[in-house]
Ligand binder design. Structure first.
Ligand code: SF4
Ligand code: SF4
Length: 236
């Protein structure tokens, strides 16, 4: 899932200052699971904005809408229909940054603002705690590391073993609140009898496929309906 955290009410209030009809839009998938932007959080934020507007004597209409998600064109279309219905002058998004970009791309004349800071791809480790598990590096190496990611889970992003600074309690020397993933990788490989697999990890990683390269795109020729402006075999 994509993990995010709602911005402070003060920040949101500052951002929406120029607007008078605000549609608060959520996402009932990742951001709902992250307790940052599901239907409940949309209702809470809308209510907080209405109360603040009343307390400060400001004219503000706040509407609510939570599609299944906001990162696909069909759900953006639902949001745009809702914008038209309520005559909103702003979409205030509690979806991740993908949702905000999707609205901006499809509605050239509509303001859209993020009420969430999008953080990472990860999982809920316990109630109220999420951990980053994948950095979307574009060339997965989990086949060598027993399913544990050194790119996202090692503070130094080391690809060839631990840095030597692992603390005695097994935590990372840089971030003591997380375990040293290389310690976990080595322990797991020992348990599974796959330590030699680690030696097969490619010496060089192609970082041009990661977010350090150019903006990425994925083309699945088997799924798409070809158009003239997309070249055959293009995978970026
Ligand atoms: S190796 Fe890359 S793709 Fe695989 S889990 Fe780690 S960051 Fe994600
Ligand atoms: S202690 Fe482990 S996780 Fe932390 S930087 Fe060193 S190798 Fe990476």
């Amino acid at each position: 899932m994509i993990v995010g955290q709602q911005k402070s009410l003060d920040d949101i209030w500052r951002m929406i200052a120029p607007f008078s009809r605000v549609l608060v839009v959520g996402c009932n998938e990742c951001m709902a699971a992250a307790h940052a932007g599901g239907e409940a959080e949309v209702a809470e934020l809308a209510s907080a904005l209405r109360i603040r507007a009343r307390n400060e004597g400001r004219e503000l209409e706040v509407f609510e809408f939570t599609p299944k998600r906001l990162c696909e064109p069909e759900y953006v279309a639902e949001v745009l229909a809702e914008v038209a219905r309520c005559k909103a002058d702003l979409v205030l998004s509690l979806a991740c940054g993908v949702g905000v970009n999707s609205v901006a791309d499809q509605a050239a004349d509509l303001f859209v603002l993020p009420a969430v800071d999008t953080l990472f791809m990860g999982t809920g480790a316990e109630h109220g705690v999420w951990l980053e598990y994948c950095a979307g590096c574009g060339e997965c190496v989990l086949e060598y590391t027993g399913g544990l990611c050194p790119v996202a889970r090692c503070s130094k992003g080391l690809m060839a073993g631990p840095c030597g600074g692992t603390r005695d309690d097994g935590s990372c020397e840089v971030s003591p609140d997380v375990p040293c993933v290389w310690k976990l990788i080595l322990e797991r490989a020992t348990r599974l009898g796959t330590r030699e697999r680690l030696l097969e990890m490619p010496l060089f990683k192609n970082w041009s496929k990661s977010s350090s390269g150019s903006p990425r795109r994925l083309v699945r020729e088997d799924l798409r309906i070809p158009t003239e402006d997309c070249k055959e075999g293009d995978t970026r």
